[in-house]
Design a protein around this ligand. Structure first.
Ligand code: SAH
Length: 387
């Protein structure tokens, strides 16, 4: 029998089409989608059997054709500060990380958009992992479902949820996976399901300039820019995408970002690298550079990783830097490092997935033709790099 398909990640139209293809009468498809949608995204159903207000025959029919499978949790790590990191897996060699950061007033889920990354930012651990592939909408939405499952955080619509915010700040560059990120965030912000407000979703980019306006128009989330340097010469070196889209173009795109306003500021992320970008002259140049943009500046103490070529700035220097930025009228919270002990902090994410040559992959699949766990885990491990 053909493998059953998961309904997770399909939009309403695609779900209706799938139901009809499975033999459901066309006229009831819309209603069925509404019912399923509610069970899946409001109540977190993982099994059709729990949908007890739906006819038994219908549930049986669904279970014959579909699953509600999410990414599988390979490991869960819990930091001493309560941050949690999950390593998820959706197929041989496809592993990616998701991080949950609880705070007093909110809980933020840091979601990955790609396995690996193409950007090679010098200070970022993910940047040392080659791109394996883009994540699908199911794999992106799946990260939120897995977090809600693990945190016992259903139903979505009840007050006091643990996951209240989503930031596209995990592995990968979301604007290099635009269509899938857009489709996923549409489901995440759908008022009849997961129902996160667009104001609680932030997309972070290293500066894919041609996609920024499109993101504002078509996704409409908050925007964060990984700035990290105020001169092209330095930014070329530490955020190499700057060679393609230099600072002026990037900041012009920010000025034109649809929906930016004083009540919806653009966040500029600035990692504090000792002796590299942390001088007080840099702080003053930063303030000048952002003039006219509704901005807040997030100073991020550099989070170390094995073999990293930088060190974190001294606290006293970060404070002085922040003071200049504050005095110029910008909010400039220093981001408290969270989850460093489990390598879950900004820029520390990396999975061991490597892109296999198609021939290797096919051979591995022949060795492990079933979808059950042991074989697959082992074939996945064959592809792993030594840490
Ligand atoms: N590619 C997107 C999404 C990743 S967001 C982007 O670049 O915006 C991850 C954030 O953590 C980015 O702002 C990134 O620049 C920052 N970061 C990367 N490595 C870091 C490190 N070692 N310490 C602190 N922040 C880091």
């Amino acid at each position: 029998m053909a493998e059953k398909r998961s309904l997770i990640g399909l939009d309403a139209a695609a779900m209706a089409a799938a139901l009809i293809a499975a033999g459901l009468p066309e006229k009831s498809a819309k209603m069925r989608v509404r019912q399923l949608w509610n069970w899946i995204y409001v109540h977190g159903a993982r099994d059709f059997a729990v949908m007890t207000n739906l006819a038994k025959d219908f549930r049986t029919q669904m279970a014959e054709h579909f699953t509600l499978a999410r990414p599988e949790i390979v490991t869960e790590q819990i930091s001493s500060d309560g941050t949690r990191k999950w390593l998820l897996r959706t197929g041989p060699g496809i592993e990616f990380e998701t991080v949950y950061i609880p705070e007093a007033e909110r809980g933020t889920l840091c979601v990955s958009s790609q396995v690996g990354c193409t950007l090679t930012c010098r200070f970022c651990h993910t940047g040392t992992q080659k791109l394996v592939r883009n994540l699908t909408p199911a794999e992106i939405v799946g990260q939120l479902l897995v977090a809600r499952d693990a945190l016992n955080d259903w139903p979505s619509t009840a007050p006091g949820r643990k996951v209240t915010n989503v930031v596209m700040m995990g592995m990968g560059e979301p604007l290099y996976n635009f269509d899938n990120v857009k489709a996923a965030l549409k489901i995440v912000t759908d008022g009849d399901g997961l129902a996160l407000s667009k104001r609680r979703v932030t997309l972070s980019t290293a500066g894919v300039v041609p996609m920024i306006e499109k993101a504002g128009k078509e996704i409409g989330s908050g925007l964060a820019i990984s700035l990290h340097a105020v001169r092209d010469e330095l930014r070329d070196e530490i955020v190499p995408i700057n060679k393609k889209y230099p600072l002026k173009e990037l900041l012009d795109a920010c000025r034109a970002y649809p929906g930016a306003s004083n009540s919806r500021r653009i966040t500029f992320e600035y990692v504090m690298l000792m002796g590299v970008n942390d001088s007080l002259a840099d702080a003053r140049a930063l303030v000048k550079l952002l003039a006219g943009i509704p901005a807040k500046i997030n100073l991020i103490p550099f989070n170390p990783w094995p073999g990293a070529p930088y060190e974190c700035s001294e606290w006293s220097q970060i404070e002085k830097f922040a003071e200049i930025v504050n005095k110029a009228g910008y909010a400039s919270p220093v981001r408290t490092p969270r989850g460093r002990d489990i390598m879950a902090a900004c820029g520390q994410l990396k999975s061991q997935s490597v892109k296999e040559r198609a021939s290797t992959r096919l051979a591995a699949e022949k060795l492990a033709p079933t979808s059950t766990s042991m074989n697959e885990v082992q074939s996945g491990q064959l592809a792993r790099m030594p840490h």
